[in-house]
Design a protein around this ligand. Structure first.
Ligand code: LLP
Length: 440
């Protein structure tokens, strides 16, 4: 599977960003997250270009939860995108990196007072309110500490709406349906009540509405349905309260290709469907076209990431009732650096780093090192592989590092950014001292 700057170099090794992946493994150790900076930048530019030609007032906002550290913040800022942060920790990282504050959006289904205060102090672009309690807490906070109010004396907010669109994706990453914990719902009237409440409150400046229907969605019709539902809602709001939304943000969710045979829509197709749906719905309702926001996470960074593992053991385990590969490769990572295979049955593709040019046809079971059954790839096609070899698991840029843990008290891997033949350590490997640092 060809990705970004991946190629096979003269030594027959996998090369990423001009760096030999075997040398990266040797220099920085394994497991290792490798970030292909050029690919991340290309994806940011592709998103901007796709929307620029159709709807220049589109805001592209990177969803930080996919993967965030200071270096990623800086790259995303340089590429001119906004940033969706969903916690105090993500916000803190962005501020530490000097991310332009007015381009930051604070999300979350339960933001604590401390997180809200931090966002107000920072002067973020908007707080995306999720529930009634949050409206009241934010109001109270601003009342108690007027110094937190921006110069305009009003807090820029958006309202998260559940558009009641059922996207076809894994149930754990579907978020826009009726039976969902996220946002203000339409059918029970909450979305209208919340809008009314916010419009009545002078301390709030309502920038518009937001929704996010889920992640890893390949059926573009779901995004079109969300656009239509949001315009219908905005139009009903206009009739009831006379408010015109300057901005509709439709969230993220575009799927990426994890397996070579997957056919997925491009960002250009996605942009076309979303913009056309928004435009058509606005025309149908006679609604002035608002600015558009999109919040891609996975589709910006997944393909820019690779995880390098070293094989520690090979086991041949015959089993007459299973058609899964019988040869196990046990590697030095697993659920602690990427819980996605266990959580969502996520599938990945692997490449043998030092035999990258050889046919990858032999089936192996790639498993982790943890004290439980932690599959990484149920059927990894590779050349003949031995203990000591280094493997690259592709497309791990989104939701692997960000969902990593210290399970079994393993220190988390390092991350290096590669570009033009230069490897730059952007997150150092955790140590055993880090592991006990918080123990009192
Ligand atoms: N905006 C909001 C409000 C979100 O909640 C999310 C993702 C995004 C944008 C970005 O969605 P994306 O473009 O990355 O699909 N841990 C799961 C994915 C959870 C996604 C949560 N929200 C996984 O590993 O598949």
């Amino acid at each position: 599977m060809r990705l970004g700057t991946h190629r096979v170099n003269a030594r027959g090794h996998l090369e990423i960003g001009g760096c030999d992946a075997l040398e990266l493994a040797e220099q920085f150790g394994t497991p290792l997250y490798v970030l292909d900076e050029e690919t991340l930048r290309d994806r940011c530019q592709a998103y901007r270009a796709a929307f620029e030609r159709l709807k220049p007032d589109t805001q592209i906002v990177y969803a930080a939860k996919a993967a965030l550290n200071r270096a990623i913040c800086q790259i995303v800022a340089e590429e001119g995108l906004g940033l969706d942060v969903a916690s105090g920790g993500e916000l803190y990282t962005a501020l530490q990196a000097g991310f332009p504050r007015e381009r930051i959006y604070l999300h979350g289904v339960y933001k604590t007072d401390a997180e809200l205060e931090m966002a107000l102090r920072a002067g973020v672009g908007a707080i995306v309110i999720d529930n009634f309690e949050e409206i009241e807490r934010l109001r109270a906070l601003a009342g108690l500490k007027p110094s937190l109010l921006p110069g305009s004396h009003s807090i820029p907010v958006m309202l998260r709406i559940a558009p009641e669109v059922d996207a076809d994706t894994h149930p754990l990453i579907r978020t826009g349906q009726r039976d969902s914990k996220f946002g203000f719902h339409l059918q029970n009237g909450d979305a209208y009540r919340a809008t009314e409440r916010v419009l009545r409150e002078a301390r709030f400046r309502l920038l518009g509405f937001h929704c996010h229907i889920g992640s890893q969605i390949s059926d573009l019709a779901a995004f079109a349905a969300a656009a239509q539902a949001m315009v219908e809602f905005a139009s009903a709001v206009r009739q009831r309260y006379g408010y015109l939304a300057p901005l509709l943000n439709l969230g993220g969710g575009l799927a990426v290709r994890y397996m070579p045979d997957e056919q997925l829509p491009s960002v250009e197709m996605y942009a076309e469907v979303v913009v056309n749906a928004l435009r058509a719905a606005c025309q149908q309702k006679g609604y002035p076209e608002p600015a558009l926001g999109v919040e891609p996470g996975r589709s910006l960074i997944a393909e820019a990431g690779v995880t390098l593992y070293r094989v520690g053991a090979v086991k041949h385990i015959p089993h007459e009732h299973s058609n899964l590969p019988r040869e196990y490769l046990i590697v030095d990572g697993g659920i602690s650096d990427n819980p996605r295979p266990q959580m969502y049955g996520a599938q990945y593709t692997a490449v043998h780093v030092s035999r990258a040019a050889e046919p990858h046809t032999r089936p192996y079971r790639l498993v982790g090192k943890h004290c439980e059954t932690d599959p990484i790839i149920d059927c990894a096609l590779l050349p003949e592989t031995h203990a000591g070899d280094v493997l690259a698991v592709l497309t791990t840029g989104a939701y692997a590092y960000s969902m990593s843990s210290q399970y079994n008290r393993y220190p988390r891997p390092a991350m290096v950014a590669v570009r033009g033949g230069v490897a730059r350590l952007i997150v150092r490997r955790e140590t055993y001292e880090d592991i006990v640092r918080m123990d009192c």
